[in-house]
Design a protein around this ligand. Structure first.
Ligand SMILES: C=C(O[C@@H]1C=C(C(=O)O)C=C[C@H]1O)C(=O)O
Length: 280
């Protein structure tokens, strides 16, 4: 990497990540940020098109030999999430789905659903990956997984469908929290520019702490851009956990163990963290 390469920072292009990124001012001569859906960020970070990014925790696990977690940053929950939904025409308990359409934007929740189908329900449906369009997904499958903003809009409008909150079901199954997204840095970037990465890490932590302690600006932005009640957005953001705390880490470790057991991950995952003074 050249000395003066711009550091590119990936942001999740969904409301769930606004408490981390809203109001962040890092762009300039040496840094730029881009907002994409999680699967695209996962690909870009692995390809070296980004140096630091929010990403699916599953994709971190797949590439953990090339990445380090930025401590204290996450999108997680202990229980309900309100934006990770499995929609089905019939109840799963009485009418098991034979074919499930998975949003192509997700990595963590796609595998969370597979874990829950297999280990909680004892089901082995066929899976297909599709763009997040619920109508089209349900033309081709008995159930559909959506994440992020499309999941929230579908939850508001499709009261005719059965709906399972994946964070709630995971909590019922395991008693644990779960980390859906993390923020990671490429190990080569952490080695090349420890000070710059440390600066970005600090800026993200401070920005997140400010937004979490005063949700008004992100709630106002969500009402403006997505509609819906202020009370919905306040409890949505209030219900998510952004600080990668021990309950979220414990849940992520258990998720990785299930994923490995079921052949969804090739290896055991050891979570490794960026530390400014000793980053590798
Ligand atoms: C809470 C959410 O968490 C997320 C789920 C992800 C995934 O399934 O890969 C990735 C990032 C987050 O967007 C959400 O999408 O609503």
């Amino acid at each position: 990497m050249a000395d003066r390469q711009k550091i590119s920072i990936g942001q999740i292009d969904y409301a769930n990540a606004w408490p981390i990124f809203h109001g962040l001012r890092l762009d300039g001569d040496y840094m730029e940020s881009v907002a994409r859906v999680p699967s695209e960020l996962n690909r870009m970070l692995a390809a070296g098109e980004l140096q630091v990014s929010a990403m699916s925790s599953y994709a971190y696990a797949v590439n953990s030999d090339k990445l380090l977690l930025l401590p204290g940053l996450s999108v997680g929950s202990v229980g309900r999430v309100n934006s990770l939904f499995f929609f089905s025409k019939k109840p799963v308990d009485t009418d098991p789905p034979e074919r499930i359409a998975l949003t192509s934007t997700s990595a963590t929740t796609v595998n969370l659903l597979k874990i829950l189908m297999e280990s909680y329900y004892g089901l082995h449906p066929e899976y297909i990956s599709m763009e997040p369009s619920l109508d089209r997904m349900l033309e081709q499958a008995d159930g559909a997984l959506l994440i992020g903003d499309p999941a929230i809009h579908a939850f508001w409008t499709r009261k005719d469908l059965h709906c399972i909150d994946l964070g709630e079901l995971w909590h019922r199954f395991t008693g644990r929290g779960m980390t859906y997204a993390v923020v990671a840095v490429r190990r080569d970037a952490a080695e090349a520019w420890p000070d710059a990465i440390g600066y970005i890490h600090r800026a993200l932590l401070d920005n997140m702490a400010g937004n979490v302690s005063n949700l008004d600006p992100v709630v106002a932005r969500a009402c403006r851009e997505h509609g819906g009640e202020e009370s919905f957005w306040r409890s949505y953001f209030g219900g998510l956990q952004y600080d990668l705390n021990p309950r979220l880490l414990e849940g992520l470790e258990l998720y990785c163990r299930y994923a490995k057991e079921l052949g969804l991950l090739e290896r055991d995952t050891e979570l490794a963290f960026f530390r400014k003074d000793k980053n590798l």
